[in-house]
Design a protein around this ligand. Structure first.
Ligand SMILES: [Zn+2]
Length: 251
């Protein structure tokens, strides 16, 4: 298709592009927010899943430590049994005092170790409860994410096909003008939140309401060249057309 260069025709193409982009804007926004939400949910899930793995590793370390401490306690108890046996064969009082002191020490040690094992056991039980509840939360979140994902799938597919359909129409229209011009228009459309081509109202830009310099107003009226607002960069067109004598004719 031949590329049009006449300002009037170019403006016409730009206005058609804007109408199409308007039409598809909300669909694009919903699509990207839906995709964004799913991605965020998955990121949080991954983070919490990793945290759970770390917590379980720490629990494993604590359990190993607990096993070691329990064994120490067991050994201490064996020592006590042996010392008690020694006591039964003690004959002299000096020896008796020594063994008695040994028994005292062992009992003290056993007391300390029992406290330690008890504390560890409580801490491990608490930690295990924390991990279980976190695991449950993560499972709930995962189920929610799966539901969300499967319910989004259909809407996403609908949006994709709508976007594809509109894009086909849009490409046809966009191909009528210079591609550099299309890109410039797209930049303005994005920067000005969906308004890149505006009518001139009186002498003012229909976008930013600033008065355009008379020279530009005159050029717009004659449609002699493509004019952008000097303040907001939007393309400006006249709502009414003028004949060769400069009289207003309806469009
Ligand atoms: Zn403006």
């Amino acid at each position: 298709m031949a590329v049009v260069t006449d300002p009037r025709q170019v403006l016409d193409v730009l206005r058609k592009l804007q109408a199409i982009d308007d039409e598809i804007h909300d669909v694009r926004e919903s699509r990207s927010s839906m995709i964004g939400n799913l991605a965020r949910l998955n990121t949080v899930l991954t983070q919490r899943g990793n945290q759970l793995v770390e917590m379980r590793a720490k629990l494993g370390e604590a359990e190993t430590w607990f096993a070691k401490k329990s064994l120490d306690l067991e050994l201490e108890r064996e020592k006590l049994t042996k010392a008690k046996a020694k006591m039964t064969v003690v004959s002299r009082s000096r020896e008796y005092v020594a063994v008695n002191r040994e028994l005292d020490n062992i009992r003290k040690n056993i007391g300390h170790r029992e406290d330690e094992v008890e504390r560890l056991s409580t801490a491990i039980a608490e930690f295990r409860t924390t991990i279980e509840s976190e695991d449950e939360k993560v499972r709930d979140m995962r189920a929610l994410a799966e539901t969300e994902e499967s319910s989004s799938r259909e809407s996403l597919a609908e949006m994709e096909s709508k976007i594809a359909e509109v894009n086909t129409r849009r490409n046809k229209i966009a191909s009528q003008i210079d591609s550099k011009l299309v890109r410039r228009y797209e930049k303005i459309f994005k920067a000005r939140e969906g308004s890149a081509v505006v009518p001139i109202i009186g002498d003012a830009c229909g976008g930013c309401q600033m008065n355009a310099p008379p020279r530009l107003v005159e050029q717009i009226m004659r449609s002699s060249s493509l004019i952008q607002c000097p303040y907001c960069n939007r393309y400006m067109y006249q709502d009414t057309a003028h004949n060769e004598d400069g009289d207003v004719v309806s469009v």
